[in-house]
Design a protein around this ligand. Structure first.
Ligand code: ADP
Ligand code: MG
Length: 781
């Protein structure tokens, strides 16, 4: 008995001693990775829990511990960490939230609604803002329009029925310097809630407004901070106080208390940043950063703490990307023979125009890549109309010159057809055969095209992403070009793998993305930028018109058509259904044909048309047989009809900024002065801002940055499925500069220790591996 007792005790104590070592958490996979409740890798199951509970009971019986102590015993990693003598329990980062002091089963369910399941999740549940409650604004000094925090005694509360279905709850707080009114609309129960805290001290936060009788705050945030006596000892006043995102049923004070208890375990967080790096960049230790970001010593302590966390997040991401990049660069590729001078001369003979300097530079970059024995992984960025197609053609020419096949993939059939026309015309003199793979081909035509590609007689394949990736066999694929795609993942790249050798890959995007996003979404790629427009282009003039000015707009369109130009008119975006969208387009075309432009040739294009019909309409428009093309957004990307000089967009406020920029990019593709008219009457200020931006600038990068600022990256680039990483702390807009630093540091470190195998980089390596899925970094192979 005596013997057994000491062993039990001994092992439990030892585990505890282990588990408080800061490094301990890192031996556990996924220690800092977010997890979902249905994937409890290391959590004891209910059964295990009960079994262990039983063990504890026995232990209790043996040790005669007070029963209350039992309920506080903690279970984790399949083991009871319980020391009966001291009542100490121990935690890991993976400890479920319900074991955190102040939580329990009920609150744990509420926390789950905020996706908070483990201690680690809590530590990274950051405040959405802070209040400096070391100083409150005196009510006497309140000014209308300002957002401020006051602290005063709640003096009166009452409900007022002002109309049939409108009840106001009014209350006053008084801080000795004055009183201010608080108002709630149609929440009569607020009266009872407030009556319970009458005469107590409240902290109130909100925007001050002028009302008939004085100043008021509508639906303020508020908190009961209790008696004067309690004040000093509380978390909720006399300090900089964190304000957390909440969920229904969980109040701010409760949440703050929980968070305070949680960060008592911040020392469990593994320090992954190497000491030298932290010293050089003056980054504080991780547990200090977490402490300060939750309960800062002063307002000035917040930002450095947050930056430390942001840096770590970016750094891990960039290390992951860097390691992936290293893998890509080690892959075996095709080293092509590139005689740049000869190829350039040939290109000059074929191209109907003189290349811009930017085009020449980028072409050289691409050719240099293709000459290396590793696959090219390059992103070509260039604003709409900057001339990316000819760059693609130059790459294709080099591949074909080496007897390798090339494929170019477009997001739409219309664009694939267009690429086919351009390349076919360009390469005809060289006898290079171009194969088109689109939906409108008959099964026989398609089979034949595939056959020619499979045997190597067809040297260049042009098609939609889907068609090329779904089972086209290439005899010798050496180059794959992806036009106009946001993200081309490693997985898709793998689909192009040809007999174990990766083709060179060039991704072209016309949607300018801010540099931060380039580093995030395409971090593993090399980047070339076409930063020069072909000569003679006049910037598109953009006007924003109200719907009632539509007739004037049409008159303008007519004037340009009379001068020989062509016009696009984009139908309103209807998102209920495809069918409705088609009907709207048809009605609009009908109306324009009959009532507005009876003497002009008006065509219609929409997504539901058969591929052959679509192509016929595009062909007619290209050939100048149509004056006006009424279209849905099917022409949004890539379409190039230089004679088109007017783009009218109906209901422009329903489109995204980047989308409008793309649509506008369909004009201004020649020396003719072009116009873009946005018809809209946006209600919101943001909607107006967006249209104004377009009228102000043609610079796609500025527009993209503004779009990012207005809508956030998730909205624009989709969620994780589309490869957008999810950050816990970092803000891609706010923290751009830090991302650059993190990238430099990450790449510098990888130069010294490519696989992070040095002992001092072990925690870092583990953290990178854990963070990979969060940043949507696919692992190669
Ligand atoms: P992007 O794909 O970058 O939007 P395109 O490759 O479709 O642009 O080119 C836009 C238009 O500009 C096309 O009509 C193309 O023939 C023309 N173009 C491209 N490069 C030049 C150049 N260097 N000089 C004159 N016109 C050019
Ligand atoms: Mg293009």
């Amino acid at each position: 008995m005596e013997q057994e007792r000491s062993t039990h005790l001994g092992s439990a104590t030892n585990r505890f001693v282990d588990s408080v070592q800061p490094g301990d958490a890192s031996d556990e996979d996924g220690a800092s990775a977010p997890r979902c409740p249905d994937a409890p890798q290391n959590q004891p199951t209910d059964g295990a829990y009960r079994y262990q509970h039983l063990q504890v009971r026995m232990l209790h019986a043996i040790l005669c511990v007070r029963p209350q102590a039992l309920s506080s015993c903690h279970i984790g990693r399949g083991r009871v960490y319980f020391d009966g003598m001291t009542g100490v329990r121990s935690y890991t980062l993976e400890t479920e939230v319900k074991y955190i002091k102040g939580v329990g089963e009920k609150v744990a369910q509420l926390l789950a609604k905020l996706n908070l399941y483990t201690l680690n999740d809590l530590l990274y549940h950051l405040p959405r803002r802070y209040e400096d409650r070391t100083r409150f604004r005196l009510i006497r000094h309140a000014r209308p329009g300002e957002a401020a925090t006051f602290s005063g005694q709640l003096v009166t509360v009452d409900n007022l029925k002002v109309r049939q279905n409108m009840t106001l709850t009014k209350a006053y707080i008084d801080d000795g310097s004055g009183a201010i009114e608080l108002v709630w609309y149609n929440q009569p129960y607020m009266k009872d809630v407030l009556l319970r805290v009458r005469h107590r001290r409240l902290v109130v936060y909100g925007v001050v407004k002028e009302s008939g009788w004085g100043l008021q705050i509508e639906t303020p945030e508020w908190e009961d901070i209790g008696d004067e006596e309690e004040m000093d000892t509380l978390l909720h006043a006399n300090r900089v106080v964190p304000i957390y995102p909440l969920t229904e049923g969980l109040g701010q004070k409760r949440m703050r208390q929980i968070m305070y208890n949680a960060i008592q375990h911040a020392h469990l967080l593994p320090e992954v940043l190497p000491r030298t790096l932290r010293d050089r960049l003056q980054l504080m230790p991780i547990h200090e950063a977490i402490q300060q970001v939750h309960f800062p010593d002063s307002m000035e302590h917040i930002e450095p703490a947050r930056q430390r966390l942001v840096f770590e997040e970016f750094f891990l991401m960039q290390l992951g990307i860097g390691m992936q990049r290293q893998q890509l660069m080690q892959e075996r590729g095709i080293a092509m023979q590139i005689d740049a001078e000869r190829l350039m001369q040939r290109l000059r003979q074929l191209a109907p125009f003189e290349l811009t300097n930017a085009q020449k530079r980028v072409i050289q970059e691409i050719w240099a890549d293709m000459a290396r024995p590793h696959p090219m992984n390059r992103l070509l960025q260039g604003d709409v109309g900057s001339g990316k197609t000819i760059v693609a053609a130059a790459a294709i020419m080099a591949a074909v010159d080496n007897q390798y096949q090339a494929a170019i993939m477009a997001p739409t059939e219309i664009l694939a057809e267009q690429h086919y026309l351009v390349l076919h015309r360009l390469f005809q003199p060289l006898g290079i055969t171009v194969e088109l793979l689109v939906g409108r081909l008959t099964p026989r035509q398609r089979r034949q095209a595939r056959e020619r590609i499979a045997t190597g007689r067809g040297m260049v394949a042009v098609g939609t992403h889907a068609l090329i990736q779904e089972g086209v066999e290439f005899a010798r694929l050496g180059l794959a070009i992806i036009d106009e795609q946001h993200r081309f993942g490693v997985l898709q790249r793998a689909a192009l793998r040809d007999k174990g050798i990766m083709p060179h890959v060039l991704v072209m995007t016309a949607t300018p993305i801010p540099r931060t996003l380039t580093l995030t979404l395409y971090g593993e790629l090399d980047v070339s930028i076409l930063d020069e427009m072909p000569p003679g282009r006049k910037p598109v003039k953009t006007h924003w018109k109200l719907p009632e000015e539509r007739l004037k707009v049409y008159a303008g369109v007519r004037k340009l058509v009379e001068q020989g130009r062509q016009a696009y008119i984009i139908c309103p975006l209807i998102d209920e259904s495809d069918k409705l969208q088609v009907r709207a387009a048809e009605q609009m075309a009908e109306h324009l044909r009959k009532d507005v432009f009876p003497d002009l040739r008006v065509g219609l294009l929409h997504g539901r048309m058969k591929p052959a019909e679509k192509e016929a309409v595009m062909e007619a428009f290209r050939a100048g047989e149509l004056d006006i093309l009424v279209s849905t957004t099917v022409i949004e990307v890539g379409v190039d009809v230089p004679n088109a000089a007017v783009m009218v967009v109906e209901d422009a406020d329903r489109f995204g900024l980047a989308q409008l920029h793309q649509l506008r990019g369909r004009v201004g593709r020649s020396e003719h002065q072009s116009f873009c008219v946005l018809i809209a009457n946006p209600k919101s200020e943001e909607g107006q801002r967006r249209l104004e931006i377009l009228t102000r600038t043609n610079n796609g990068f500025l527009i993209a940055e503004e779009d990012l600022r207005l809508r956030g990256p998730g909205e624009i680039y989709g969620t994780r499925q589309s490869g957008m990483p999810s950050f816990r702390v970092a803000d891609l807009v706010k923290d751009m500069r830090l991302l650059e630093v993190a990238r430099q540091e990450a790449f510098r470190l990888l130069e010294q220790d490519p696989d992070l195998t040095r002992p001092e980089h072990q925690p870092l390596r583990e953290a990178v591996m854990r963070a990979r899925h969060r940043f949507a970094i696919a692992t190669v192979s």
